[in-house]
Design a protein around this ligand. Structure first.
Ligand SMILES: [Zn+2]
Length: 440
């Protein structure tokens, strides 16, 4: 089990801080870049020296994944504390469990090292409870997004943070895939396009996870995909465990093309084959945004890139997925490294958004190659009306010309004419209603 050089450097960085006296260290690395793998180094290292380890996670999937990874790393003596699925001894070399289960049972297994998976969920109260039981242990937190949902500082738990690798660096080294982003030109209050139409236009046929703003919205979107002939399903917090497992397995096996949900697949679900993320919702939290998009950024065979279909323009609020960010323990723990000279721009031809200067392509779209208009001068007034409102005022003649354009695009790309109709509906809110004599 070889570590990637950046992982080895991060592990060494954590150990160096520990030698300097730090007992509670947070390790940050983007989703998909091997946080568990790095955490294993500390766990296995402690076991080899005869110590015991407590590995804490807050979701069933994460407990099971961690136990499997520890076993594959060569540790056989593992105890699992999970409601309804506990195995092994509570005196095992490594105890993996959910904090809720351990504490509900009053268990405090011995530990020299405590690993906190998804450490941004560690509240001050939980931490105090665990810390009082393990005052001398070495605490390692793992997270991609060191920001709590209530923005209270993680500095009340951790003394230091080690950043393993930046997201753009991870792409350059092939540890994450690049992502094409389609979004409205500014952030919007309503969906800028119909999700089905946008998917058909930008990502048809690719394995997709869609995040909706409600459970009923997720179910409805799945029904619409199915009605359009695309195998799709939705899951939510009430989906029985067996059905949820079967649905995730069907998606991993590519029997399902689209998986819709509201808030259950944001963390702890690992499917490298997922290629497309639809955000059919807004998102006030940078951490949640990065967790959702992170589901599709892992590399996989035959996956050259990922696609983000951001229907509310969340990127205008939180930045592009692979923008450079800095991390701290002070509350709003995720900060975008300034991109003042390189605003997010939208291609007038394919609707992709990008930072043109970083791509070295200020004159043409890095996705479709279309010529870009000259960048707007700084402080220019920005058109903030949502796309749908703009198009609501389009004349019949403008709509007919747009339909001609979509049909031309469909022919050029080898798509069916139905694609043009869906593309039209996504923009104008209804299917085209032209007679044969009206269309070219
Ligand atoms: Zn373009």
């Amino acid at each position: 089990m070889n570590l990637h050089p950046f992982q080895a450097a991060a592990v060494a960085g954590v150990r160096e801080l520990a030698r300097g006296g730090a007992k509670r260290i947070l390790l940050q690395s983007p989703t998909g870049t091997g946080k568990t793998r790095m955490g294993l180094e500390f766990a296995v290292g402690a076991v080899r020296q005869g110590g015991q380890v407590l590995w804490l996670a807050h979701r069933r999937e994460l407990v099971a994944q961690a136990a499997g990874a520890i076993m594959r790393a060569g540790v056989a003596d593992i105890g699992v504390s999970l409601a309804g699925a506990s195995t092994g001894s509570t005196d095992a070399a490594v105890q993996v469990g959910s904090i809720q289960t351990l504490f509900a049972r009053g268990q405090r297994p011995d530990a020299r090292v405590v690993v906190w998976d998804e450490a941004h969920h560690c509240t001050a109260t939980t931490y105090r409870e665990v810390a009082s039981a393990y005052p001398d242990a070495w605490h390692i937190g793992l997270t991609a997004t060191p920001e709590r949902s209530d923005h209270s500082p993680l500095g009340d738990v951790f003394q230091a943070i080690v950043v393993a690798i930046s997201s753009p660096d991870a792409v350059r080294r092939g540890c994450l895939v690049p992502v094409r982003v389609y979004a409205p030109a500014t952030s919007t209050d309503a969906l800028s396009e119909d999700p089905l139409a946008a998917w058909t236009a930008h990502a048809e046929g690719r394995q997709t996870v869609a995040f909706c703003s409600s459970v009923s919205g997720a179910a409805e979107l799945a029904r619409r995909f199915v009605a359009a002939g695309v195998p799709a399903a939705s899951i939510d917090g009430t989906t029985p465990l067996a059905e949820r497992t079967a649905t995730l397995a069907a998606f991993a096996a590519r029997e399902l093309r689209v998986l819709c949900n509201c808030q259950v697949l944001t963390e702890g679900w690992d499917c490298p084959g997922a290629q497309v993320c639809i955000l059919a919702r807004g998102c006030g939290s940078a951490a949640l945004f990065l967790q959702m998009v992170g589901r599709v950024l892992r590399p996989a065979d035959g996956k050259g890139d990922a696609v983000l279909i951001d229907l509310r323009g969340v990127v205008h609020q939180h930045g592009m997925p692979h923008d450079e960010r800095s991390f701290n323990l002070e509350g709003e723990g995720i900060a975008l490294v300034s991109k003042a000279g390189d605003p997010i721009r939208q291609c007038p031809s394919c609707a992709a958004v990008f930072r043109a200067a970083s791509a070295g392509l200020e004159r043409e779209c890095p996705i479709c190659g279309a010529a870009l208009p000259a960048p707007a001068p700084p402080r220019a007034t920005v058109e903030r009306r949502p796309l749908a409102e703009i198009h609501a005022t389009a004349s019949r003649e403008e709509k007919r010309r747009a339909y001609d354009r979509f049909r031309e695009q469909a022919r050029a790309r080898g798509y069916s004419q139905g694609w043009a109709a869906y593309r039209f509906k996504g923009v104008f809110g209804h299917f085209p209603d032209f007679s044969r004599s009206e269309v070219a």
